[in-house]
Design a protein. Structure first.
Length: 367
């Protein structure tokens, strides 16, 4: 079995990234074959897939199969930057370039020189930065903020997104010329529900991993538990599966996972299995009926609960894209981002490498 995993990191406990990827399902095997064909080239790659499907793992595999494997692999989440700092983070800055720039600093392109730069959530980049990114890709050089001197770079870019860039282009949120520059090779990562052959191999991997961490002996799954795992829709993809297995091992008994030990999110099940609307009932009427049920069942504090649930539902409907969520709800991105952090949908993690970081390990900025 081909298994990909992320290097150990303290940030993974609160990350929404997938930490393991297998290629047992026929769709996954076809993807792996495609990756093995294109990885040795220098072509830019665009990876498309929902949050938690393993985009970074595939990007790392491309790097490890390429001639750049001796160089650094740098992973950057484009949605993690404020608009005022994104240029300095990507391209670097000189001392005094802006308030607080007390020393010159190399950007992520320079950090990845000689290796691979993984730009996750590329669709979140502001339009002004997209223009500069296109120039960097064309000219193979960067100009630090506050400088006029160009710095040559030798970087292969692998980008990823969970949004449909063709629609973003049509809406004027993403540059068409940048899309074609990035999309030399396109890889589609299917959600876990569409590659069920990967579910049980991933489950066994996570059981083994957490049994080792917890000091447990062998743990087995009943056939009913296996069927429940395969039949579930996994809206949170691989990361949700990992969390479910971790919890299950804490509550199961006698080294056997029963069907009832698997705690699958009822909220998400309801989102996947939406109730049938009353014939002729409008969406507003359905909403009013739902509110009446809440009024009858809840004792109080409904305003905050409804507001949080609306934001959470909109965020997931928009495939965890902050810009689209803000647009859908009529809010600013800053307000949306602050509220998502407050309700626990976004966890801000930032880690720069220390002097002992191996060049093959990732530098990570993730939300």
């Amino acid at each position: 079995m081909q298994l990909l995993t992320l290097p150990p990191s303290p940030t993974l406990a609160t990350s929404i990234r997938a930490t393991a990827q297998v290629f047992e399902d026929p769709r996954s095997q076809a993807l792996l074959a495609h990756v093995q064909q294109v990885a040795p080239s220098e072509a830019s790659v665009l990876i498309i897939g929902e949050t938690g499907t393993g985009k970074e793992l595939v990007a790392r595999h491309i790097h490890n199969l390429s001639g750049r494997r001796a160089g650094p692999f740098v992973a950057v989440n484009c949605g993690a930057f404020s608009e005022s700092l994104v240029e300095a983070e990507l391209f670097g800055h000189e001392k005094g370039a802006f308030t607080g720039a007390l020393a010159a600093k190399a950007g992520w392109f320079e950090e990845a020189n000689g290796g691979t730069l993984f730009l996750d959530e590329i669709g979140d980049l502001p339009m002004a930065i997209q223009v500069k990114l296109l120039r960097v890709l064309q000219e193979r050089e960067v100009v630090r903020l506050g400088s006029r001197k160009s710095i040559p770079i030798n970087v292969r870019v692998v980008a990823a997104t969970n949004v449909q860039l063709d629609k973003a282009i049509g809406a004027g949120h993403f540059r068409e010329d940048l899309y074609y520059r990035l999309d030399v090779v396109s890889l589609q990562l299917y959600p876990l529900r569409e590659r069920p052959g990967d579910i049980l191999p991933l489950t066994r991997h996570f059981i083994k991993t957490y049994c080792n961490r917890l000091g447990y002996g062998e743990v087995r799954l009943t056939s009913q538990a296996e069927r429940k795992l395969v039949d579930y829709s996994w809206p949170g993809n691989i990361r949700e599966l990992e969390n479910v297995i971790h919890h299950t091992l804490l509550v199961c008994r006698n080294g056997l996972v029963e069907e009832d030990d698997l705690r699958l999110s009822s909220l998400r099940i309801e989102r996947q299995e939406q109730p049938q609307a009353t014939h002729g009932e409008s969406a507003d009427e359905q909403l009013l009926r739902t509110f009446h049920r809440l009024f009858e069942e809840q004792a109080g504090g409904l305003h905050e609960k409804v507001e949080d649930s609306l934001l959470r539902a909109a965020y997931r409907f928009c495939h965890c894209n902050q810009v689209r969520t803000a647009s859908l709800l009529g809010l600013s991105r800053n307000v949306t981002r602050a509220r998502l952090i407050a309700i626990g949908e976004l966890v801000v993690n930032r880690r720069r490498p220390d002097s002992n970081t191996h060049p093959g390990q990732a530098l990570q900025l993730s939300i």
